[in-house]
Write a protein that binds this ligand. Structure first.
Ligand code: PLP
Length: 522
């Protein structure tokens, strides 16, 4: 019998041996939930209006058969979605060690601010005179983003990091074309780059040339220099990079790319490690996106909503997209067209990347986070994130194998060499973490490391939480080395075991087929 510290039993020891197969398929609070369509009792609930007598004005668009929506009562609908939500893992349930994602706590204060009616209930098409506070908030956030990065301009509208990359690379392209340098078509990116970097460059019509890493996991400066030439448009570098390491030669990299007339795009997804410590503008960066949903604590995951404001150097600022907020006298207004931007003396502004002004709710949360932390708090968050990652690295390196020697920045990268000869692979190790109640770390990324496991604890986690996490991973590593093959079929305790993710991606079944064909509409 397992006891808690008060001496009360917490769980029976022999769950599996004597456990019955339950009739419902439920395991206590773990409810076996079917698809909503399988619960369907169409026509049993809800209200039907009498059929409209008279003319059908819908022509061919009139419905020919029943709509087929599930007909659940309110408690049934409610339970369905609550049960599904309980199958989710969330940052509010436990650590989310996904490297490169900066999954940190989103303070409830941010949520409270975002729901203030003056921010939450306004409409983007409202007259600007009635949303002065919202425009001032965008302007204030823009100010602090420029201050923290040491860059003179920012485009607020990009809606994710990848969208910010697109914003940055389109702006670089516009600046090159305006200078008669449209023949520059090659973009350099390290082999360890996040996939969105080469994808963005390709989307903008550039060809991508990979720069190898050196033995320490950083950009090989000599290899980079060898690739420079008059056709190079830009370099895209992440700093700290995706191996969790600071690019020590960042200034030399900036000088090298500038010496051949190219621009320096910095992927700012890892800004959490250096916010308040280093200003990318001082390092020679020309453009960088900031993932508000990583560094500035706004929620993310599940596809959105993100926010990727992009800061620019003076050379690129005139080509940044509309809209942007300006203040004249006491009033704020949005500059929404290229012509208006020109009239403001803002150069050859690009067009729009997104509807309206960007992700208002994320702006409120990010500014709320910044103001509640202050400059010293933002800096401490960066320092604590780096300290936590190094603590994890130090604790795990006795059993697991760090990919590179020395300290890391905000994330600790391991390769799979500690699993050599055990029969257990990175994926098995990650799946076994699910049984321990943890979301796995980022696996198999970056690609430059074999069987990579990238752990980013962030500053949100306490020492106790990190110790339990490390103890769990150390025990898994020992089990694997002791020849325990049960990890090969983990997870054992999750509602679903190993799904065929490849088949799901190649042959997605996105449509529910009713058992009986839908009846014709009356
Ligand atoms: C998260 C991430 C991105 C992409 O950001 P999204 O907001 O997910 O589009 C780009 N580069 C790196 C290094 C990242 O970690």
């Amino acid at each position: 019998m397992t006891m808690n510290t008060q001496g009360r039993p917490t769980r029976a020891d022999e769950v599996e041996a004597s456990a019955p197969a339950t009739f419902t398929g439920n395991r206590a609070l773990q409810i076996e939930e079917s698809l909503i369509f399988e619960k369907d009792a169409f026509g049993e609930t809800g209200v039907d209006f009498p059929a409209l007598a008279g003319v059908n004005r819908l022509g061919n668009a009139a419905r020919k058969q029943e709509i087929g929506l599930p007909g659940l009562s309110e408690p049934e609908a409610m339970r369905h979605f609550v049960r599904l939500s309980q199958k989710n893992y969330a940052i509010d349930m436990g650590p989310f060690p996904l490297g490169s994602c900066t999954m940190k706590h989103n303070p409830r204060l941010n949520e409270k601010m975002a729901r203030l009616p003056g921010f939450g209930d306004i409409h983007p098409l409202q007259p600007q005179s009635t949303v002065q506070g919202a425009l001032e908030l965008i302007d204030t956030l823009a100010h602090w983003l420029m201050t923290l990065t040491g860059m003179p301009a920012v485009a607020m509208s990009p809606k994710a990091g990848a969208h910010g990359e697109l914003c940055g690379m389109m702006t670089i392209k516009a600046a090159l074309e305006a200078a008669g340098e449209g023949h520059r078509t090659r973009v350099l990116a390290p082999e360890s780059a996040h996939g969105t970097n080469p994808a963005t460059a390709a989307q903008c019509g550039f060809t991508v040339d990979a720069i190898p890493a050196d033995a320490t996991g950083r950009v090989d400066l000599e290899a980079l220099k060898a690739k420079l030439g008059p056709d190079v448009a830009a370099i895209m570098v992440t700093n700290p990079n995706t191996c969790g390491l600071f690019e020590r030669e960042i200034i030399a990299i900036a000088e090298a790319i500038h010496s051949v007339g190219g621009y320096f795009y910095c992927d700012g997804a890892n800004f959490n490690a250096i916010a308040g410590k280093v200003r990318p503008g001082d390092l020679g960066v020309d453009a960088m996106h900031i993932n508000l949903h990583k560094t500035f604590s706004t929620p993310h995951g599940g596809g959105g909503p993100g926010s990727g404001p992009t800061v620019f150097s003076a050379a690129l600022a005139p080509f940044a997209p509309v809209p942007f907020v300006v203040k004249d006298g006491e009033r704020f207004h949005l500059v929404e067209t290229r012509r208006a931007a020109k009239a403001e003396g803002e150069g050859e502004a690009g067009g729009r990347l997104a509807a309206f002004h960007g992700q208002m709710g994320m702006f409120v949360r990010a500014l709320s986070y910044m103001l509640s932390h202050g400059g010293d708090g933002v800096r401490q968050a960066a320092e604590d994130a780096v300290l936590n990652a190094n603590y994890v690295l130090a604790r795990l390196k006795s059993e697991m194998s760090p990919a590179f020697s020395g300290y890391c920045m905000h994330e600790a990268l391991f390769d799979d060499s500690f699993l050599k000869g055990t029969g257990v692979e990175t994926i098995d190790f990650a799946k076994a973490m699910i049984d321990e109640g943890y979301h796995p770390m980022t696996m198999y990324f970056p690609l430059v490391v074999h069987g990579a496991m990238l752990i980013e604890p962030t500053e949100s986690e306490s020492k106790q939480e990190l110790d339990l996490f490390c103890d769990a991973l150390l025990s898994l590593a020992r089990r694997a080395k002791a020849g325990d093959q049960s990890m090969k079929s983990a997870p054992h305790f999750a509602p679903r075991r190993r799904l065929d993710e490849t088949a799901a991606a190649r042959n997605p079944v996105l449509r529910w087929t009713p058992k009986e064909p839908l009846k014709a509409a009356e």
